[in-house]
Write a protein that binds this ligand. Sequence first.
Ligand SMILES: Cc1ncc(COP(=O)(O)O)c(C=O)c1O
Length: 407
Amino acid sequence: MPKQSDVLATDFLVKIAEEFGTPVYIYHAEKIKTQYEKLQKAFHKSDTRFFYACKALTNINILKYINSLGCGLDTVSIQEVQLGLKAGFDPKNIIFTPNCVDLQEIIAAKDLGVIINIDNISILEQFGNKFGDSYPISIRLNPHIMAGGNFKISTGHVDSKFGISIHQMRHIERIVKSTKLKVTGLHMHTGSEIKDVDVFLRGVEIMFEMTQHFPDLQSIDLGSGFKVAYQPGDPETDIDLLGKKLTEAFNKFSAKYERPLQLWFEPGKFLVSQSGYFVVKANVIKQTTATVFVGVNSGFNHLIRPMFYDAFHLIRNISNPKGTERIYTVVGNICETDTFGWDRKINEVREGDYLVFYNAGAYGFEMSSNFNSRLKPAEVLVKDGVPHLIRRRDTLEDLLKNQIELA
Ligand SMILES: Cc1ncc(COP(=O)(O)O)c(C=O)c1O
């Protein structure tokens, strides 16, 4: 759990819920800054750069804020690239790491001047044939490491669709040689929620080995996967230890390497997860023969992580924080089984109470949908203690705006 000083007070969350309505996502700007500074501190002895993986949360105000901290941006779609540019990021500070996109999308990113990671042989060859050495690229490798908190977020193993296998190096070399491609970066991302620091060390050793095949390298990008705590006692990636061990390994390798190399990371969850609070209202308390449900005014259309990844989000009753603790199963209001949490000890919940889901900043709003024709929630950014509405709640007009009604 975050330290108390990092956490927005529950009565403040209630005030925001009253002012802006629920369901509402609330983000705490200074918490993002604290997380960024933790990373900088942990890696201050090596030449390391961070690029925020904005797939976690793309509200333009969050992007602008992260840009103001001096952090770069990691994107996975041309639209994320365009949002990044709109938010003021320099194209030189934007990485484009798409998967299974066509050559046109890669060319569109090239035309915008961003750093491109190519993750399959087919596009590598097509890009090389078209552009040769005129536009340097990076290559995303698959290191064949099984890691990550859940199979769905493990991306570096042999069955994963991501990256080019390290065992295809001969093929990569043939293409690079024949097309004269200039490869300035190597990339890997083994998955999310990696607790074990040694996984990153194994990854970087593989990258070191691969450098011998590329004479123009400037950076090694280890992706991300830093785990944060979702409840008290939950293990997290020890960032200081990671910084220390990786810095040692990286600096040792760099000393032998002929040119200066930078170490890059693309943190998403680590930067924004704990800055986010999702506040909902208890619509009904429903006692069945087996359990007591709290049915809230939300569902997996707004926060899908518990259902999609079996993710745990701590839930508290912020309207009755001193009430007697009772056991509840918290569910949503859509026509699917959308259970947020089974058998949770929560201070007595009355209909109309506000509940908060902690750690809702990453992959919360960003994965929301209009399923059941429900409206997407509002978003609020708290900066210097002041809440600002940064996205108004959807309206019925929003649901209809792209539909074409036939006569
Ligand atoms: C290529 C890449 N980089 C960075 C990230 C961010 O990972 P995390 O949110 O675990 O930090 C992801 C997540 O899916 C990713 O696919």
